[in-house]
Design a protein around this ligand. Sequence first.
Ligand code: AG3
Length: 288
Amino acid sequence: MTENLLGNEWYSERYFHKNVATSFKIKSVLHSEQSKYQKIDVLDTLGVGKLLLLDGKTMVSEIDEFVYHEVMGNIPAMVHPKIRNVLIIGGGDGGIVREFVKHPEIERIDLVEIDERVIEVSKIYFPNCTSGLSDPRVNVKPQDGVEYIKSFKNFFDVIIIDSTDPEDFAAGLFTQEFYKHVSDALTDNGIMMAQTENPFYDEYGIKSFYDNLRAVYPVVKSFTGPMLIYPGVFWTFAYASKGLLPTQLNESKIPFMSELQKTLKWYNMDWHRGAFNISNIHKKVTGC
Ligand code: AG3
């Protein structure tokens, strides 16, 4: 937890059950509050720049946010033939919205974040992430995504679950029942993506998330990206779809992405094509 941040030189996120911690040297505490749902802190750090914590867990830093956000947004955008409607559950920092607004074919992007304070605080301290929220295609909804999704059938082309760890109110975002609702809300060509934790520590039983996905989707794959601020750095992500393969880039979009990728810091199409060739530990933990 993050009590008494002031006066401490370092902040450590502890992975309690594994007896390890990731530490950041603090320059200053920019913001601290207890919202209706969680403790929200923003630190200015010497090593990773501004750092957003929710209940003491690292969420976003200036040094690596582009990895997470670019892969979550641009992988489905390059696989799907034509995205009209996108739903992002969680992700109040806005980073994934920023990536989707780069794609002109998209008509509507719903951001459903349960805690509107995360959105407001991010607007102040992470303007680079929230820059897409003012796009006219974006609808920001401070609501519970688990409920929101139940009112849609066959509507979204892409749904991204940008959640925190599977604890408390986020645990419901990793269940088979929830994935079924996501699948129902997706169109026949639909794609869903989610963050799925670190396979070395495997604090939460990653296999069960993937088993839950496999019970619902015919295509379930996993890939990794380095998240410097998360426990263990080696971070996994899930791609699930009703049929579209993640390695099958859409030919007609290649000219567009050839230009766009020059402006990105992590994602490019060469990386994308190879990203689903995964290591043995990653295969074993995810079953992919
Ligand atoms: N989502 C958080 C991923 C999990 C981090 N876990 C941790 N630090 N224990 C980040 C949201 C980015 N838009």
